[in-house]
Design a binder for this molecule. Structure first.
Ligand SMILES: C[S@@+](CC[C@H](N)C(=O)[O-])C[C@H]1O[C@@H](n2cnc3c(N)ncnc32)[C@H](O)[C@@H]1O
Length: 558
């Protein structure tokens, strides 16, 4: 029976298949077990792994069964104690024998752990584990922050009213986001977001992926914060075409397309404006194309596959009607919230097993508010993505300071490039980063650049922002000593700029990812437009940051 060996090989990646769990399993040739069975075993065992780690260590299973690796021990213990059909191997199979002879001890340890955690039955513990509610707010057991399932209604295909009466028929409306954050995956409850129109919050682990609304892209999973840029752009009819300079996978592109269509007068017929979406990475552009088509935005969006936005000529005729630009460039991704369904496996440790006295005397039943340190900091843990879905950004983990320097130079460059489009009156700049360097720092430097000053660009003040974002409380931050141009601004100017910047924090009761967005505007007079489009080549200006803001950009490696 190869199920356990095959599942263990998938996890250790012994055949160097790499990639997400799904691609490791489903792309593997010559798998003897059913891929669905391997997938189910690994995902279920991973959910229980923090509990089973302790159970296995206390039972000293690894010390006694030298043939069992920590992964095999985890998978077998899961099936032995928790799977309906038990261990999927013949009675005399070596693995079955090696785990079954410890059944009594393992069961007893599971009971002790369950009671210590305060769950009266295995089913109660199972529910908590499946809802990601496990030890919520009380211990280091929980591996993910509760995060609502944000659902944007794709108004190109449906309406909020239609979705509430179909997909969410029978759901109860709540005015309290906290109720959503603590709801179980089976709770039929929704929250209508007060900041972004047509946005709903649903319980964290709710599975809507099989609903026809999702399959048909009538609803799109998009974090609340990620909806800010398109909404802040506040596109009006007279804005003409809109550029999305960094588009894939396309959440903001389709949001812009939907907002654009919404405010097209009914009697105007087909939309004669377009969203021009740039994506320099061809494989990501292919996903963008798919997403745009699925969302029925393909008649509005014109995709520039493999095009570098920085190489565009702002005064080219095809951009003559571009009144607004959305820029969501590559960033460090430090605001990204790990997906709830990513795989995290806590592995039992032989040393801890040996150290364990297996006596529960120090482990008493949990009192309210008491911290439980079930999973120590240095616990061996396997992590991988569940599937290959393309995320907006991939977090940067190494050489952070150097990367931030390179990223912010690129971000400033792309922003000042956008400021050179002669008929553009609005720009939003956003990142899913928490770092000042990529956010307020870029904003201040951009405002001080030749492009901004020659073009008459200023920041969109808080009071001029769309209502839902004007009232958003989390604003920009200031980090002293990080900006060379700060002496160029009075204290009150600095305060206003910071107040115009919008931030979202991750892991708070707002239920958002970490995010930053600011908007820039200008009134276009002919003089302005002339000034910008006639700069060929632009006069070289070395700004206070030492960056010639129109110098040749030699690329940035993602
Ligand atoms: C943060 S992601 C954009 C996410 C997207 N706005 C969304 O909401 O789905 C940044 C994207 O910009 C692309 N990109 C980076 N630099 C670019 C450039 N100079 N021109 C065009 N695309 C670029 C990257 O390949 C990446 O796909």
């Amino acid at each position: 029976m190869s199920l356990y060996y095959e599942a263990a090989a998938t996890l250790t990646n012994s055949d160097k298949a790499g990639g997400s769990l799904k691609s490791r399993i489903y792309k593997k040739q010559n798998l003897k077990s059913s891929p669905a069975q391997v997938f189910a075993l690994v995902t279920e065992a991973s959910k229980w792994s923090a509990v089973l780690k302790e159970v296995i260590e206390k039972s000293q299973l690894l010390a006694e069964e030298k043939k069992l690796t920590p992964i095999l021990a985890l998978l077998l213990t899961y099936d032995l104690l928790l799977a309906k059909k038990g261990v999927a191997a013949p009675a005399n199979h070596v693995l079955r024998l090696s785990i079954s002879r410890h059944k009594a001890r393992l069961s007893a340890e599971l009971t002790k752990t369950r009671i210590r955690l305060g769950y009266p039955t295995v089913d109660a513990l199972r529910d908590a584990i499946h809802d990601g509610n496990f030890g919520e707010g009380q211990d280091t057991f929980s591996t993910t922050t509760r995060h609502p399932r944000w659902v944007r209604i794709n108004t190109l295909k449906s309406t909020l009213a239609e979705q509430l009466s179909t997909t969410f028929a029978g759901y109860e409306k709540t005015e309290d986001l906290k109720r959503i954050l603590s709801a179980t995956s089976r709770s039929k409850v929704y929250f209508v977001d007060p900041n972004i129109p047509n946005l709903l919050a649903l319980p964290p682990k709710v599975d809507l992926s099989k609903t026809s609304a999702y399959v048909q892209s009538q609803i799109i999973f998009q974090d609340k914060a990620s909806c800010f840029p398109a909404y802040l752009l506040d596109i009006e009819h007279e804005d003409g075409d809109v550029i999305d300079g960094c588009a894939a996978p396309g959440n903001k592109t389709t949001h812009v397309a939907a907002l654009m269509s919404e405010q097209t007068p009914q009697n105007e017929g087909a939309l004669n404006r377009k969203v021009i979406a740039f994506e320099k990475d061809k494989s990501r552009a292919a996903i963008l194309e798919k997403m745009v088509k699925l969302a029925s935005a393909d008649s509005v969006v014109s995709i520039k596959t493999g095009y570098d936005f920085l190489r565009t000529k702002p005064d080219a005729t095809e951009f003559a009607n571009v009144g607004a630009i959305l820029l969501d460039p590559s960033c460090s991704g430090s605001g990204i919230v790990g997906r709830d369904d990513d795989i995290k496996i806590h592995l039992p440790d032989l040393q801890s097993s040996l150290a364990s006295d297996s006596k529960p005397s120090q482990s008493k039943k949990r009192k309210r508010g008491q911290k439980i340190d079930l999973v120590p900091q240095e616990t061996p843990m396997l992590e991988m993505k569940l599937d290959d879905a393309v995320v907006e950004e991939t977090p940067v983990k190494e050489n952070l300071a150097e990367r931030l320097e390179a990223l912010s130079t690129f971000q400033l460059h792309i922003l000042t490039h956008a400021m050179r489009f002669p008929n553009t009156r609005k720009i939003t700049y956003s990142t899913c980063s928490l770092h000042f360097e990529e956010n307020e720092n870029v904003v201040f430097r951009a405002l001080h650049s030749t492009a901004a000053q020659a073009g008459g660009w200023r920041i969109l003040s808080r009071e001029d922002q769309v209502n839902g974002l004007k009232t958003w409380k989390k604003r920009g931050v200031w980090e002293s000593g990080k900006l060379n141009v700060d002496q160029e601004y009075t204290l009150s100017e600095r305060k206003d700029i910071i107040d115009a910047c919008i931030r979202c924090e991750k892991g708070t009761e707002d239920g958002t990812m970490g995010f930053f967005v600011a908007a820039f505007v200008r009134e276009i007079s002919n003089a302005n437009s002339q000034k910008t489009s006639n700069q060929e080549p632009i006069s070289v200006h070395i700004d206070a940051e030492g960056l010639d803001d129109e110098e040749e950009w030699n690329g940035f490696s993602d």
